[in-house]
Design a protein around this ligand. Structure first.
Ligand SMILES: Cc1cc2nc3c(=O)[nH]c(=O)nc-3n(C[C@H](O)[C@H](O)[C@H](O)COP(=O)(O)OP(=O)(O)OC[C@H]3O[C@@H](n4cnc5c(N)ncnc54)[C@H](O)[C@@H]3O)c2cc1C
Length: 437
């Protein structure tokens, strides 16, 4: 995908670019050399992770730094449970790296394909009213700045840069390693079942607080919500993982075969979408099991899709959800992909979608062969009317002027950008739009 002269595409096939050159550094020193060489040639430079952002945030018009080979564990401090990982490490590699130390990441999103630096840069999050997004787990990082210098950021060194560096939009420099505060490895008991939508939406805030990790999916045109409630197990509680056959049925048959076929049929005959969604609500997620945290938090996505996600004050979530429901009904659209609703605790990471407020997330999706524009635009209007903040890695149309009003520390973030990248070596068109040139 990133071979020299080739075209780079993101996973969702919403963005592509032919960079002027591609570098695949294996060491921190090689990253410094690449940044330095780009500066001398007057080229802009960007690192890409796994290309799992739906926006053009990772587009590298000048030098593309592919950090696939900059992976692994640098060090572990068992006393503070902190672990230092190279920036290109994929999330799915982390459980294996931490297993010998009995540690795990505190919370995760829906998938584990992303690189750790890429996931942090866009504010990737999971669900849980007492838990923040991935960036809240960051206690340090090392950046290569535009001048080619290495800047260490931690709670004791350049600490004032931490709330900006932990979630940087890739705008402050090339992250070469990150230090995370981990927790003792833990299991999760998962309960997934269809429930009456109205009750789930109306009771969302209470259920989210009462559970460790609560979320639900709603297939439009149905009156059922698929709820997922995960409870963190105490040490010594035994695990009851899904059998291999059950996992295969869920991952391969339902997600890998039935769902893609259903999306294909719905694309050709949209009138069938409501019936297909009713069927999907019944075959998806009616199970309970327990397993290691990563195996419960994350799953495989076989069907390509497009996504927009907005973060709202959690108390506004039910009203906003109802508004989207009415919109879909009024416009008579046939929406084949579910809406996902999650929650996160308020945090103090400057550009986090949950900065300063307990947050409910509403994510809408469309099958990649359907045009998302009209649906996404109309839902975005509703989200904005509730003070919603868009996920940095998912499709949206907000610009710097709008975002400045939504993020109290926006100008402080820009001041850090000015300090670390005064010549905008790390800019691209997306950053120009959301941060300004
Ligand atoms: C199927 C799917 C499921 C998803 N599920 C979730 C979810 O559950 N929750 C959620 O919040 N999001 C989710 N996302 C969004 C995804 O987590 C983010 O877009 C994430 O940023 C992707 O990580 P990546 O490694 O692919 O980064 P990329 O998309 O490659 O890059 C993202 C940004 O990080 C920057 N970057 C990457 N590496 C570095 C580095 N070393 N130094 C500096 N900047 C760097 C890039 O320049 C770019 O600005 C999902 C996306 C997909 C496609």
């Amino acid at each position: 995908m990133t071979r020299p002269g080739g075209t780079w595409r993101n996973w969702a096939r919403t963005e592509k670019i032919r960079p002027q050159s591609v570098e695949r550094p294996r060491t921190v020193e090689a990253v410094r050399r690449a940044v330095d060489a780009a500066r001398r040639r007057g080229l802009r430079v960007k690192a890409v992770g796994a290309g799992h952002s739906f926006t053009g945030i990772a587009l590298a018009p000048g030098v593309l730094l592919d950090l696939t080979d900059l992976t692994g564990l640098v060090s572990v401090d068992p006393e503070t449970r902190s672990v230092r990982l190279l920036a290109g490490t994929r999330l799915h590699q982390i459980p294996g790296l931490l297993r010998p130390y009995g540690l795990a990441m505190e919370n995760l999103g829906d998938i584990d394909h992303q690189s750790i630096a890429g996931a942090l840069a866009t504010g990737t999050h999971g669900t849980g009213a007492r838990f923040g997004g991935l960036a809240t787990q960051v206690i340090g990082l090392t950046l290569v700045t535009a001048s080619g210098d290495l800047v260490t950021i931690s709670e004791s060194e350049n600490a004032e840069l931490l709330p900006a560096g932990a979630l940087s939009l890739g705008a402050l420099g090339i992250v070469v390693d990150v230090t995370l505060r981990c927790v003792p490895a833990f299991g999760l008991a998962a309960q997934e079942k269809p429930e009456r939508l109205t009750e789930v939406v109306d009771g969302f805030a209470e259920r989210a607080v009462a559970s460790d990790h609560f979320e639900f999916f709603w297939f439009p045109h149905t009156d059922l919500a698929l709820t997922k409630t995960n409870r963190r197990l105490d040490v010594g509680e035994s695990l009851r993982p899904l059998s291999r056959a059950a996992r295969l049925t869920d991952d391969l048959v339902i997600s890998g075969l039935v769902h893609p076929m259903a999306c294909g049929v719905g694309t050709v005959v949209p009138a069938l979408v409501p019936a297909i969604n009713r069927m999907s609500s019944r075959v998806w997620g009616n199970r309970s099991f327990s397993d290691q945290s990563t195996r419960v938090f994350t799953s495989v996505r076989h069907v390509r899709f497009r996504e927009m996600e907005y973060a709202l004050p959690v108390a506004q979530l039910p009203e906003a959800f109802h508004a989207v429901q009415c919109l879909i009904e009024e416009r008579r659209w046939r929406i084949e992909f579910p809406i996902e609703v999650r929650v996160a605790a308020a945090d103090d990471v400057w550009m986090s979608t949950a900065y300063g407020r307990d947050t409910g997330y509403l994510a809408i999706h469309r099958y990649w062969r359907k045009r998302p524009d009209e649906y996404f635009r109309a839902v975005e209007e509703i989200m904005r009317s509730f003070g919603g903040r868009p996920h940095w890695g998912k499709m949206h149309s907000a610009d710097a002027q709008t975002l400045r009003e939504l993020y109290p520390r926006f100008d402080e973030f820009l001041a850090v950008r000015e300090r670390l990248d005064p010549d905008r070596a790390f800019r691209n068109a997306y950053l120009d739009r959301v941060l300004g040139p």
